[in-house]
Design a protein around this ligand. Structure first.
Ligand code: ZN
Length: 96
């Protein structure tokens, strides 16, 4: 991960007061919980919702950093257009 990626903020909504808390991605990954600045309650970073958000942010950063992988381009619907390859199993002689 580059230096830029570590500075990317993750926006977590506090379950207690609903205010959005901003933490750096690197920080979020290294901590189990975050103290809400508004209501001072602990936000569990290991909770599924927070965890998936952190994971998704990390994934988005990884995609963004890949050359040519930004702007959602490249992964268009280009799948192999080779239909009609029938695998014929000829030459099986089982009769005796
Ligand atoms: Zn709060």
């Amino acid at each position: 991960m580059t230096k830029l990626a570590k500075e990317i903020p993750v926006h977590l909504a506090c379950p207690a007061c609903g205010k959005t808390q901003r933490v750096k991605l690197k920080w979020a990954r290294n901590h189990k919980s975050l103290k809400c600045k508004d209501c001072r309650k602990a936000i569990d970073l290991r909770a599924p919702q927070a965890k998936s958000l952190i994971a998704r942010t990390a994934q988005a950063v990884a995609t963004f950093e890949r050359p040519g992988g930004a702007a959602g381009r490249g992964q268009a619907g280009r799948q192999g257009q080779e239909g009609g390859q029938e695998s014929q199993e000829a030459g099986q002689e089982e009769g005796r």
